[in-house]
Design a protein around this ligand. Structure first.
Ligand code: FAD
Ligand code: SIN
Length: 534
């Protein structure tokens, strides 16, 4: 089945929905189609807790401070021009969110309440209780649903970006002028693979936290967008920089994903400790529990190894109960539900995979290396985050890039036409996989391999072991893929294997310890800045 649209948006988190709403306002004459692989709200965005970092109180804060905090957290691997652009555009984009009905907490005097998180030198995080992402997603869904020129397809899983490869041409990384004509998408409601042709495609598929067993990311975060661009021979960069959040709730009974204990809790006075009450963060950084994430996660990892424990603790018992519940009602309820009263007990926490700083290379307008393919949000490498993302800069990046992408598309779309020569998806010669265990076991294995060998602390032997195993999973899964009727599980496994390969390969290529890439065989930082382009 073939559909045509002017703009195909893949993904319905902050980046995809903000883009669609802005584009629909600017160009009511264009048809915009959003496909999303689950229901519309399911995304990393929905689970964001801490909030959106932006310069708001100009009496105390300024762009320069936010820029320097971002560069410092990113270990100076950031692209300064992009950092300046995102930080200075931020307040305008957040104001628009507020105009669209997003609520943020206010002080009694009516000013917005600004929270603090690790690596920030000022209070600048706008938030809605401890469920900011849920509120942002709610407001954006209301907004996109108000437009007649936006159509939304839920349970539509994008399989492949369509390029000249599907017209029978041989495409390589060095081939000039690779173009995107839309995407092949599996309609999970009837298992038909549809061909969606578009003048322009906007990729907003988020990150890949599901590559690790211990992760804060929901099931949808399987790196599909990055894997699709890699297969389409687009540019990918800096995949070694996988961010581990220092404080996911440690609950041995909980299935993936792991519940997050927001960094805002530390911004509100929470202190990291051992079971016996000993504090340890001051040994690693003068900012203590509020140092940037890479430093805190590494310190916790080291302390757990020294003590032989599976977790450390976050102590919030000194915070007034009413104040804690007002700011963190969701976290309070979750802790109570597993028998931990944060006012009496320290909260057990451990690091969990949280965010991908690398991804599809885009310029300041969100243009990828593939013509007519834009990307925004966590799926990208934009240059904002460098070697480690500053807390609460991600929602901001999604908003700013959605804006820039819509401006650029408005300028070019009238000169682009649909390519009607694209063939339908070919399903000949395939059958149902006989055993699901061929998929589920490989998924378990690759997650464990990544956690054990490509985690917070790496070395060359571990990376090579991981690579040997990933290549085996790759071969086995490609064989299965070539002979099976498509299922979402098989495609997600295939994508995660690709992401595992990209993370491991990029880490092998970076001969230094910087930001989130900590390799004990290369303990020093190199004097020059370089991307890991793949
Ligand atoms: P997502 O919000 O992840 O959206 C991706 C969308 O693409 C989803 O709708 C998904 O279903 C869809 N999709 C994926 N693959 C396909 C496919 N093949 N076909 C069709 N659809 C597909 N950042 C902050 O700035 N502040 C915070 O406080 C904060 N807290 C966080 C807390 C948690 C628990 C987590 C997990 C993340 C947090 N982050 C935070 C990070 C931030 O939420 C994400 O980086 C950001 O929301 C990403 O937005 P996005 O639009 O790029 O992607
Ligand atoms: C958190 O609330 O700790 C998450 C913030 C982020 O990932 O930016």
């Amino acid at each position: 089945m073939k559909r045509t649209t002017d703009i195909l948006v893949i993904g319905s988190g902050v980046a995809g929905l903000t883009f669609a709403a802005k584009m629909a306002t600017k160009r009511p004459d264009l048809k915009i189609t959003i496909v999303t692989k689950n229901n519309i709200e399911e995304s990393n965005t929905k689970y964001a807790q801490g909030g959106i970092a932006t310069v708001w109180n100009l009496d105390k804060d300024n762009y320069e401070k936010h820029i320097e905090d971002t560069m410092d957290a990113g270990d100076e691997l950031n692209n300064r021009e992009i950092v300046e652009m995102v930080i200075s555009e931020g307040p305008k984009r957040v104001r628009e969110l507020i105009e669209w009905g997003t609520r943020f907490d206010k002080e009694t005097n009516g000013d917005y309440e600004l929270g603090r998180e690790g690596g920030h030198s000022e209070n600048r995080v706008l938030h809605y209780k401890d469920i900011t992402g849920w509120e942002v997603e709610r407001a954006l869904i209301d907004r996109v649903k108000s437009f007649d020129n936006i159509e939304i397809f839920e349970n539509y899983f994008a399989l492949e970006l369509i390029t000249q490869h599907h017209l029978g041409k041989v495409i390589m990384k060095i081939t000039p002028g690779i173009e995107c004509y839309g995407a092949y998408v599996l309609n999970r409601n009837n298992f038909v693979t549809e061909t969606i042709l578009a003048k322009v495609t906007v990729l907003a598929t988020g990150g890949a936290g599901q590559l690790y067993r211990v992760t804060t990311n929901p099931k949808v975060a399987t790196g599909d967008g990055i894997a699709m661009v890699y297969r389409a021979k687009g540019r990918i960069a800096n995949m070694e920089f996988v961010q581990f959040h220092p404080t996911a709730l440690f609950d041995p009974k909980e299935e993936s994903p792991n519940f997050l204990i927001s960094e805002a809790v530390r911004g509100h006075g929470g202190i990291l400790k051992h079971k016996d009450g000993e504090e340890f963060m001051h040994k690693y950084d003068k900012r203590g529990s509020l140092a940037p994430r890479d430093i805190v996660a590494r310190a916790i990892d080291k302390e757990m190894k020294i003590k032989g424990t599976d977790n450390v603790y976050l102590d919030v018992r000194h915070i007034e109960k009413e104040d804690f519940i007002k700011h963190f009602p969701n976290i309070y309820e979750k802790c109570l539900s597993i028998g931990i009263d944060p006012m009496k007990d320290m909260i057990p926490v451990a690091p969990a995979c949280h965010y991908f700083c690398g991804g599809v290379v885009v310029d300041k307008d969100g243009k990828s290396s593939i013509k007519n393919l834009y990307a925004g949000g966590e799926v990208t490498y934009s240059g904002l985050h460098g070697a480690n993302r500053l807390a609460s800069n991600s929602l901001l990046e999604g908003l700013v890039y959605a804006h820039n992408i819509h401006l650029d598309i408005d300028k070019v779309i009238d000169n682009i036409s649909i390519n009607n020569d694209v063939p339908e998806w070919d399903t000949t010669g395939t059958s149902e996989p006989e055993e699901m265990i061929l998929i589920t076991q490989s998924l378990k294995e690759i997650r464990d391999v990544m956690g054990s060998y490509v985690g917070i602390v790496r070395n060359n032997i571990r990376l090579q072991r991981a690579m040997n195993r990933i290549l085996l999973y790759y071969r086995e899964t490609e064989d299965l893929y070539k002979t099976s009727i498509l299922s979402q599980q098989l495609c997600e496994l295939r994508n995660l294997i690709t992401i595992g390969y990209l993370v491991t390969k990029s880490s092998q290529l970076r001969h230094e310890s910087r930001g989130l890439n900590f390799n004990t065989d290369y303990p020093d930082r190199l004097p020059y800045n370089e991307l890991t382009l793949i």
